[in-house]
Design a protein around this ligand. Structure first.
Ligand code: ATP
Length: 256
């Protein structure tokens, strides 16, 4: 059974149909890539899924709950996490404190602490940092970390809410190819270990073809293709949309 079922969702801005009748499923334990050229409707889709926008048509079912039009915080509480393109960590706090803050927020304990914040959820935070390979850097300030390591901390922060579904907005933007692959390999490992699902947008086709189980492609708000790498690569509508955009669907080394 699908963890997420998106059925015919739409959202317009003025007369512009940013998302227009989009439907797809995401089973547990899968990484699904959401692709499409600039302005295709990917961010709008994400913003509908996490409750920032209410869909004008259709419905979204997550883990048996109809979440269409629910508030972002309530959707997050049901187990939909999100990572952002721009770093969402506090740079003056340590790696460990960032994760502890996230755990405190989950438990709604940010106010009225009766003992100093650093003593809360230390073990659980260290466990999360272990899972993302950042335990050794727990006491360093986030502001001094390498970019790829900040992304790992963000992943630990997102995992603190025990998400069943993680929405990742261009997780590897700004990363060198080696760092990208390491982050996505880690994400894939966590998806399998935790039986989570990930929906991610990504501009690097190498990352998509290497790590996504399945892909969906949007163009001008509509879903034009879905399937595995081979299907997407050879899909005439996808080729048409990407033709001349400077982005290609060849495997690395195949581009002429
Ligand atoms: N808040 C907004 N107000 C008005 N128009 C918007 C708004 N957000 C998005 N749009 C429009 O909706 C369409 C889809 O935009 P969206 O940001 O969802 O695309 P995208 O696929 O995420 O693009 P990119 O890859 O460039 O981030 C575009 O035409 C965009 O200009």
């Amino acid at each position: 059974m699908s963890l997420l079922t998106v059925n015919n969702i739409s959202k317009s801005f003025g007369g512009n149909k940013a998302v227009n009748g989009v439907s797809f499923d995401l089973p547990a334990g899968q990484l699904l890539a959401l692709l499409g050229p600039n302005g295709a409707g990917k961010s709008t889709c994400f913003n509908i899924l996490n409750g920032q926008y209410r869909p004008e048509t259709g419905s979204i079912t997550f883990d048996g709950h109809d979440i269409s039009g629910m508030k972002p915080r309530d959707i997050w509480r049901l187990g939909v996490g999100r990572t952002f393109q721009i770093s969402a960590t506090f740079s003056s706090m340590t790696v460990l404190e960032n994760v502890q803050m996230a755990l405190l927020s989950r438990e709604r304990k940010l106010f009225g602490l009766w003992k100093p914040a650093p003593s809360y959820f230390r073990e659980e935070a260290m466990d999360l940092l272990e899972q993302v390979g950042m335990a050794a850097q727990a006491e360093r300030a986030c502001g001094v970390l390498a970019y790829g390591d900040v992304k790992r901390v963000e992943l630990a922060v997102a995992l603190s809410n025990k998400p069943r579904l993680l929405l990742m907005d261009e997780p590897t933007a700004g990363m060198a190819p080696k760092e990208r692959n390491a982050l996505m390999a880690l994400t894939k490992k966590l998806v399998l270990e935790k039986n989570m699902s990930v929906l991610f947008t990504e501009h690097s086709m190498d990352v998509v073809f290497a790590f996504a189980d399945r892909m969906i492609v949007l163009a001008r708000g509509q879903l034009i293709a879905e399937g595995d790498g081979e299907t997407i690569r050879n899909h005439p509508k996808v080729q048409e949309v990407y033709f001349g955009s400077g982005k290609t669907f060849e495997k690395e080394g195949e581009a002429s």
